[in-house]
Design a protein around this ligand. Structure first.
Ligand SMILES: *Cc1c(COP(=O)(O)O)cnc(C)c1O
Length: 364
C-alpha cells in the first residue's frame, strides 16, 4: 500500500501526558494541568442541564445543519445565518477549509511559529507552505504580504497567536486586508477572542463586511469550556460558507455539542466572569514573572509565553515531576520559554512556587 506521497513525512499527533499518566509516573496525588488552554472554571451550569436533557435522544442523528445553534449565533453576532459553519472543533473547520480550497502546488502562507494545524492540513492537500517568521512574537503581516504570488490561495493569521499570545492591532489587520488580493482567502483564527476587551483588538466581524475574502474562526473549546465536546465555527461570506459546506461530513457535530453550545452562548454572565478572573490571573503572573526577572510576551488570551532563560525541556521536566504540566517551548520553537495556561488563582500560585524552586535547582 502506498500512502499519498505528501503525507509520508507527517508525524502522528502526540498528545501531552495525561493527568493520570503523570500521577502514576511520579507517584503524585494532585496534578495541575496548564498545558492546553482549557478553562480552569469549567463550564456554565446551563450546559449541564442541556446535556442531560439531550441524553434521551442519543439514538437519533444530530441536525447536520446545526439549525438551532446557527440561528442563535446569527442573532448573537447579528450576521446572516448563511454566514456560519460548524465543525468538530475549529480544528475541523481548518481541515475543511484546506480540503475545499487547496490542491497540489497551491501556495499558502502562515507564520512560524503558530498553530500547527494550518500547515498540517495544507500539507495533506499537497499545498506548498510558505512560512514567515514572527517578528517579536507577532505576525509579520508586511512580510506575509510580500510572499503573495499568483499561486497563493490562503493566508492564515492566528490572533492571539498560539503559542506566543500576541495580537496584531485592528489598524494593522485592516491595512493588511486592504492589500491582500481578492482571490486570496484570509483565515483569521480567533480561538481566544472572547478573552479580549482591548480596544486595539481587531473587530473582525466589522472587517468582514468590507472584505469578502475573510474567514473568522471561533470555538467553544476555550472560554466556553467545552473542549471535550468538539465544537467550533467559521464566519464568512455566504459563498465561502457554501464551498466549505460542500466538503463537510453530513453529521460532523454531535447533538451534545450543539445543545451544549446553545446553552453556553445563553450564559454570558459565566463568560464575563471567566474573562474577569483571567485578567486578574494574567496580572498576577505578569507581576510574579517580573519579580523573578523573567520576560514574557504581551498576552491577549488565557495563556502566556514566558522566557525562563533555561533550557525549556529541563524546566518542563522539573515542573512535571512536581505535578505541574505546561507546554515546553522546546516543542514549539522557543527553546528557553514555556507556554502556560492562566489557571485559577490557586493554580497560578502553585505554578509560580514550583517554577521558582525548579529554576533555582537548575541554577545549582
Ligand atoms: C485551541 C485552538 C484551536 C482549536 O480548538 P478546537 O478545540 O479545535 O475548537 C484553534 N486555533 C487555535 C489557535 C487554538 O489555540
Amino acid at each position: 500500500m502506498q500512502p499519498k506521497s505528501n503525507i509520508i513525512h507527517l508525524p502522528v499527533y502526540k498528545p501531552g501526558k495525561s493527568t493520570d499518566e503523570v500521577k502514576k509516573e511520579f507517584g503524585l496525588e494532585k496534578i495541575i494541568k496548564l498545558a492546553s488552554n482549557e478553562n480552569p472554571y469549567g463550564f456554565s451550569e446551563k450546559v449541564k442541564q442541556a446535556l442531560m436533557s439531550e441524553f434521551e435522544n442519543t439514538n437519533i442523528y444530530p441536525d447536520g445543519a446545526s439549525t438551532k445553534l446557527t440561528d442563535k449565533l446569527s442573532e448573537f453576532y447579528n450576521v446572516p445565518s448563511d454566514q456560519l459553519i460548524f465543525g468538530a472543533g475549529s480544528d475541523e473547520v481548518i481541515l475543511m477549509i484546506a480540503r475545499a480550497f487547496l490542491v497540489k502546488g497551491d501556495e499558502t502562507i502562515m507564520a512560524t511559529h503558530t498553530f500547527p494545524q494550518y500547515k498540517h492540513n495544507a500539507e495533506i492537500e499537497g499545498a506548498v507552505c510558505i512560512e514567515v517568521p514572527l517578528k517579536d512574537g507577532t505576525h509579520d503581516l508586511d512580510e506575509m504580504l510580500a510572499k503573495i504570488t499568483n499561486r497563493t490561495k490562503i493566508i492564515w493569521v492566528c490572533c492571539p497567536n498560539n503559542p506566543t499570545g500576541t495580537i496584531n492591532s485592528h489598524d494593522e489587520v485592516k491595512a493588511f486586508l486592504e492589500q491582500v488580493p481578492n482571490h486570496v482567502l484570509v483565515v483569521f483564527d480567533e480561538a481566544y477572542a472572547e478573552y479580549n476587551e482591548q480596544n486595539e483588538y481587531p473587530d473582525s466581524l466589522s472587517l468582514m463586511k468590507q472584505f469578502k475574502n475573510l474567514v473568522v474562526l471561533r470555538t467553544f473549546s476555550k472560554i466556553y469550556g467545552l473542549a471535550s465536546l468538539r465544537i467550533g465555527y467559521g464566519i464568512a461570506h455566504p459563498e465561502i460558507i457554501h464551498t466549505i459546506n460542500q466538503v463537510r461530513e453530513p453529521f460532523n457535530t454531535t447533538r451534545y455539542a450543539q445543545s451544549a453550545a446553545l446553552a453556553a452562548i445563553e450564559d454570558q454572565e459565566f463568560i464575563k466572569d471567566c474573562r474577569e478572573k483571567n485578567k486578574l490571573g494574567l496580572a498576577y503572573l505578569k507581576g510574579q514573572f517580573e519579580r523573578l526577572g523573567l520576560s514574557s510576551y504581551p498576552a491577549y488570551g488565557n495563556f502566556v509565553m514566558v522566557d525562563v532563560q533555561k533550557p525549556a525541556e529541563l524546566v518542563f521536566q522539573g515542573l512535571l515531576q512536581k505535578g505541574i504540566i505546561i507546554r515546553g517551548g522546546h516543542q514549539l520553537g522557543f527553546p528557553t520559554s514555556l507556554r502556560v495556561t492562566i489557571g485559577s488563582q490557586e493554580q497560578n500560585e502553585e505554578f509560580i512556587n514550583v517554577l521558582e524552586s525548579v529554576l533555582n535547582e537548575i541554577n545549582d
